[in-house]
Design a protein around this ligand. Structure first.
Ligand code: GDP
Ligand code: MG
Length: 470
């Protein structure tokens, strides 16, 4: 139980891979799983880290040859992997696969929705491209530049709005000019981001300002993985079938991105996010895009504003309840007047707490949540009145816990109270289980789902057993 609770309250690192269909995104994520599980194991048993050994076979995210694609949306590895960072803090690492970013079968709106959502919720967005960073790949980043500009102009700005963007160029061919890996990638990116007068204005702006709005931008150049991987149906995940050069480059790239020295927790509105909060955040962000229209910078801003307000309202309400508990403590019934005086005093403190929250986004968002807070506080008052009334009848103090369920403030994360971790929280709420995969309709549009692999004990055991037998 203690371990589970610590997962819930751990800072979360979210690694996402986005890009066009059938370019090896899911395949890449399985190397991340292989690395993270082995790192976790070596940290737990204090042994040296071994991974991507000759006898290893990759599992996890579905990769496939052929043209049939999975459903548009975001897939989440249903279990956070706990990694101790170099500072000694435990991070819960979540891996995210996307489907349908820049794929001809989905609408542009759906592509951008998946891309925007995965970029916003991740601490590292890996932008997977093949051979080169094309103009359209840069064009897709213009939403973030637009948003970045808007966020920085707010009365309260939290610094750079996005964390890490990593271009991963697959099947890179021009190795006479640029070496594989990070060094070549850095030079290559430098060249790609250079502006010249012939470029269209919109993409020139992306080139000039991208670095302003992401804390860190990297680029890795990867070689072709070998014919066994690239050819249809022949690859079954056996590491020995990879081209050695590809394997070598991955052995450098993956620890560079996910090693204990390099993991950075997700930050939203200037604060690190815990595993449990992340689930609430997913929902808020998903709800702010409908998947039918293009995501707008204003909706990202309002989603962030809403998160700030929800948190401030929560703090305000908890504060109100604590104050009221103190004021109504004791076995004797209070007069109605005294009770109302206490209500006004603690109510004003609560509203002040709410009002102090950083101001971003539209006033409308703040106003709506203020109304909700007022309703909540009034409902709490009714509860205190009933408790007070009960003292007249029984004469005994009702030592009920104040706040009722307010710890979750109607966010619907009640099931988290049972100690469920991220994946399981989603699982429990969705209540739809089929063939080991859970569909979580976060947004109500028909095609837009966040999918999660079910987190089950057998799954965890399978993976740990696999490691043991090595
Ligand atoms: P996704 O749709 O982007 O997730 O692509 P998948 O991971 O499902 O991979 C699609 C196909 O490409 C599979 O048959 C993989 O074996 C193959 N593949 C994976 N990585 C690479 C790569 O770096 N280069 C090439 N040429 N093929 C790859
Ligand atoms: Mg895939």
């Amino acid at each position: 139980m203690m371990i589970i609770l610590s997962i819930e309250h751990s800072s979360v690192v979210v690694i996402s891979v986005a890009g066009a269909f059938r370019k090896g995104k899911s395949f890449l994520l399985n190397f991340f799983l292989e690395y993270l599980y082995n790192l976790h194991k070596s940290q737990q048993s204090d042994s040296s880290l071994e991974w991507l050994t000759d006898d290893c076979q990759l599992h996890g995210f579905h990769w496939r040859a052929g043209v049939k694609r999975d459903t548009v949306g975001i897939w989440l590895w249903g279990e956070p992997i706990m990694i101790e960072s170099v500072t000694g803090e435990m991070f819960a690492v979540l891996l995210m696969d996307t489907q349908g970013t820049f794929d001809n079968n989905s609408t542009y709106q759906q592509c951008m929705t998946v891309f925007a959502l995965s970029t916003i919720v991740s601490s590292v967005q890996i932008y997977n491209v093949v051979d080169n960073i094309q103009e359209d790949a840069l064009q897709h980043l213009s939403l973030f530049v637009e948003y970045g500009r808007m966020a920085m102009e707010q009365p309260h700005n939290f610094g750079k709005p996005f964390q890490q963007l990593v271009f991963c160029v697959r099947d890179f061919k021009n190795q006479e000019e640029y070496e594989f890996g990070e060094n070549g990638g850095t030079d290559f990116l430098e060249n790609v981001l250079q502006t010249n007068p012939e470029q269209p204005e919109e993409i020139k702006v992306v080139r000039e300002l991208l670095r302003e709005y992401f804390e860190d931008i990297q680029c890795y150049l990867l070689p072709h993985p070998g014919y066994k991987v690239a050819e249809r149906q022949s690859f079954r995940g056996h590491v020995k079938d990879l081209r050695p050069l590809f394997r070598e480059e991955l052995k450098k790239m993956v620890p560079n991105l996910l090693g204990p020295h390099n993991l950075k927790p997700k930050i939203v509105n200037g604060k690190t996010v815990t595993c449990r909060k992340m689930m609430q955040y997913f929902k808020e962000y998903a709800a702010s895009f409908d998947g039918e229209t293009l995501p707008q910078p204003q909706s990202i801003l309002n989603a962030n504003a809403k998160l700030i307000c929800i948190e401030a309202a929560h703090e305000a309400k908890v504060n109100y309840c604590r104050g009221m508990d103190r004021s109504t403590y004791g076995t004797r019934m209070m007069s109605e007047k005294k009770l109302l005086e206490a209500h006004i005093k603690h109510g004003i403190t609560a509203l002040n707490i709410y009002d102090k929250c950083p101001k971003i986004g539209s006033n409308e968002v703040r106003r709506l949540l203020l109304e909700k807070l007022q309703e909540d506080i009034n409902a709490e008052l009714e509860r205190y009145k009933r408790l007070n009334e009960a003292k007249r009848v029984t004469g005994c103090a009702s030592a009920m816990l104040a706040c009722g369920d307010s710890v979750f403030l109607g966010i619907g994360l009640g099931s988290a109270a049972s100690g469920a971790i991220a994946g399981a929280v989603l699982t429990l709420q969705a209540g739809v289980v089929s063939l080991g995969i859970v569909a979580i309709p976060i947004s109500l549009t028909t095609l837009f789902f966040i999918w999660a692999y079910v987190w089950t004990k057998p799954c965890f055991e399978r993976i740990t057993n696999k490691n043991k037998t090595r």
